[in-house]
Design a protein around this ligand. Structure first.
Ligand SMILES: *Cc1c(COP(=O)(O)O)cnc(C)c1O
Length: 465
């Protein structure tokens, strides 16, 4: 590189680029100021390439490169918008894909309830101000057999609110086997830090006894917190006391709280190892907390249910104001609770998904293959194990059916191609092959999958010639 002639002197100027077709397009998408920022990013990229000697200098070259960089930014912006994707991973509660899908009935209600005004905090009989979640709380109460219940932003918020509201500055006893981490951001010890409650660990990683809990109690003890090991399973020489045992040995002044996680309502004998809010409350938990969007099958939320006096205290807490749900969540949870109460399980997409028969899945798989044009050597239908996922029912597989793809592309390349379909198809890689698991695919998405597969065959054959 010449020292006297800085190659960057040919970099295009922001104002000029804003007048190019790419610049105009950017302005149409994100406005004048947004376009300026995107153009500057484009210029910075080109500058980096020039400095590294990766592109030749020259006014036209650099201008072309900057325009290409802007187009690239715009494409990414569009591609990353929140959009419908097809979950062919076989993981029913995929946190990265939005956990539980929501039923159509909810969106039909949503367009009028949310598109206009609604009675979020007004009593339509008296015309007076009412509490948020009036009927929702009542439905949750009925469903869970609880004295009282309400919902907050998510289960992490529920646990935080319970610790902060009922045990701040005091001790909460937790088994060493239950100091859980859920997903990226929920580590129980960190939640304690934030809440102001003091964590008191008892027992060992694999064994904690009722006696450990009993001995741990003192004047500083506010609560026993039992947390479900939602996303892992310990096997072998493992034991910890049940809610009933803890209820029997605790001092009356000590609260017993069960963070259940999944909110499983124990249908049809499925997942017998999952704790349920109903059982924990019946066995003597003072409060339970669980997620709205795990096995409960609703929107993101955290439900807190149990003793009336405790719920009333938590609702009055200033932290509750910061964690409260919005009207869209209230509507979604209310609808989901009604479906549970009336046992209209098939209207909850998660349950419909769980209950589809293997024969039905096989038929759909065969139909997709026929429509896609994939030949015998190019794909096969096979038995798979779908999973609940989302930190629920660990180790519990659900029988399923998948389409395994046998094309000369690497599984990574095949996956990337399927993700680039008009509606992204997200599969998983197993034994070095891409498998599309049909348990998590909604029947109305089959057509899209067939289309994506037929484009895949075209793509592969083009790349071979
Ligand atoms: C999932 C889970 C949480 C966190 O719930 P979010 O709704 O994701 O905030 C907390 N505790 C347990 C036991 C869980 O399974």
């Amino acid at each position: 590189m010449s020292k006297t002639q800085d190659p960057r002197r040919h970099l295009p100027r922001t104002d000029d680029l804003l007048e190019t077709p790419s610049g105009k397009k950017a302005e149409g998408m994100v406005g004048r100021e947004g376009a300026k920022a995107i153009v500057r990013r484009g210029i910075a990229k080109v500058e980096e390439q020039v400095t590294a000697g990766r592109i030749e200098s020259g006014r036209d070259k650099l201008r072309g490169a900057a325009e290409a960089a802007i187009e690239d930014e715009l494409l990414t912006l569009d591609r990353r918008r929140l959009q419908h994707v097809i979950n062919a991973t076989g993981v029913m509660l995929h946190t990265n894909l939005g956990r539980a899908p929501l039923g159509r009935s909810l969106f039909e209600k949503g367009s009028s309830v949310l598109g206009g005004y609604c009675n979020l905090e007004i009593d339509l009989e008296t015309g007076e101000r009412g509490g948020r979640g009036g009927v929702l709380d009542d439905l949750l109460r009925l469903l869970l057999g609880a004295e009282a219940a309400f919902a907050v932003n998510n289960n992490a918020a529920a646990v935080l609110l319970v610790l902060h509201g009922l045990a701040r500055g005091r001790e909460v006893v937790v088994s060493r086997g239950e100091l859980i981490q859920i997903g990226g951001g929920f580590r129980l010890p960190d939640v304690f830090e934030t809440s102001g409650a003091r964590l008191k660990e008892v027992g060992t990683t694999n064994i904690t006894t009722a006696e450990d809990y009993r001995m741990s109690q003192g004047p500083e003890t506010a609560m026993f917190l039992k947390a479900h090991s939602s996303n892992y399973r310990m096997e072998g020489f493992v034991s910890s006391p049940s809610i009933a045992e803890l209820a029997a040995i605790k001092d009356p002044a000590v609260l017993l709280v069960h963070d259940i996680g999944s909110g499983w309502m124990a249908y049809e004998g499925l997942f017998p190892d999952e704790p349920t809010p109903v059982r924990s409350l019946a066995e003597g938990a003072d409060l339970v907390t669980f997620s709205g969007d795990k096995l409960f099958g609703g929107p993101q939320a955290g439900v807190i249910a149990g003793r009336n006096d405790l719920v009333a205290r938590l609702k009055r807490s200033p932290l509750h104001r910061a964690l409260r749900i919005d009207k869209a969540t209230a509507l979604g949870l209310e609808e989901t609770a009604r479906l549970h109460l009336s046992a209209r399980l098939d209207d909850i997409p998660l349950f419909r998904m769980m209950r589809v028969s293997i024969e039905a899945l096989r038929k759909r798989g065969a139909r997709i293959l026929r429509k896609s044009g994939l030949g015998k050597g190019q794909a096969r239908i096979l038995s798979t194990q779908a999973a609940v996922g989302g930190g629920s029912a660990p180790g519990m597989g659900v029988e399923s059916v998948g389409i395994e793809i046998h094309l000369p592309w690497s599984p990574e390349r095949t996956s990337a191609f399927l993700r680039s379909a008009p509606i992204s198809v997200i599969g998983r890689i197993r034994d070095d092959k891409v498998v599309l698991d049909l348990r998590t695919v909604l029947p109305e998405e089959d057509e899209e999958i067939a289309g994506a597969l037929s484009r895949l065959i075209d793509g592969v054959s083009r790349s071979e010639t």
